[in-house]
Design a protein around this ligand. Structure first.
Ligand SMILES: Nc1nc2c(ncn2[C@@H]2O[C@H](COP(=O)(O)OP(=O)(O)OP(=O)(O)O)[C@@H](O)[C@H]2O)c(=O)[nH]1
Ligand SMILES: [Mg+2]
Length: 198
């Protein structure tokens, strides 16, 4: 069964005080999407949600500088975190993003699962490894989604995925936004995470 639920934009946050609070949000399970700028976070959110363009996608890296919260169905929240690793961003802004991401990951009790996105063509890069180490250090569960698999030939894809799998230590989810490949498998895992928490 493919779970396609209505998604609704709730708010954007530049600091923890702006994270959604209150009774209606306390019991929701949050799924955070993390990865380098331009890896395809917003695109994947759109693909997972049933109703088209909920998260703004763009071909200009570094556009999503805030944490965006999207309610999906009754008890799930998808959280689009700002992308890291975009070289042209001023140092102070990079620092601010870093702080904001760390605050979210360390403070947010609703956070159930992190989806770490890797570009199939690039695999694990240093900034991704930093994030992975950080998540492991703080005991935050995560899965790995590999985006843009449609941009590789079959043999390149097999090689790339094998390398990513080797370093991931857990299950990986290859996805393609244009074809929708892998989106259903990812949804099922997210859904299971949500179910097991109640
Ligand atoms: N071919 C292909 N293109 C993709 C895929 N996923 C994303 N893209 C493209 O990659 C570009 C960046 O996608 P976004 O979803 O905006 O990336 P992001 O990670 O949200 O980027 P920031 O918000 O800047 O951190 C867009 O032009 C997308 O259309 C995919 O699976 N296949
Ligand atoms: Mg984005």
């Amino acid at each position: 069964m493919v779970h396609k639920l209505e998604a609704q934009f709730i708010t954007s946050a530049a600091k923890p005080e702006q994270f959604p609070t209150g009774r209606q949000y306390d019991g929701m399970a949050e799924i955070a999407f993390l990865g380098r700028s331009n890896v395809g976070k917003s695109t994947l959110l759109n693909a997972l949600a049933g109703n088209g363009k909920i998260a703004f996608t763009s071909s200009t890296p570094g556009r999503t500088q805030l944490i965006n919260f999207f309610q999906v169905g009754d008890d799930l929240m998808f959280v689009d975190l700002p992308g890291y690793g975009y070289a042209k961003v001023p140092v102070q802004i990079v620092r601010d993003w870093h702080v904001l991401i760390e605050q979210y990951l360390s403070l947010r009790h609703q956070l159930r699962l992190c989806v770490v996105l890797l570009d199939a063509r690039r695999g694990w890069m240093d900034k991704d490894r930093e994030l992975k180490n950080w998540l492991e250090h703080y005991g935050r569960p995560y899965i790995v989604a590999v985006t843009k698999i449609d941009k590789l030939s079959q043999s390149e894809r097999q090689r790339g995925l094998a390398a990513i799998r080797n370093e991931s230590g857990g299950e990986i989810f290859p996805v393609s936004a244009p074809s929708g490949r892998g989106v259903r498998e990812l949804w099922q895992t997210i859904w299971k995470t949500n179910q097991t928490q109640h």
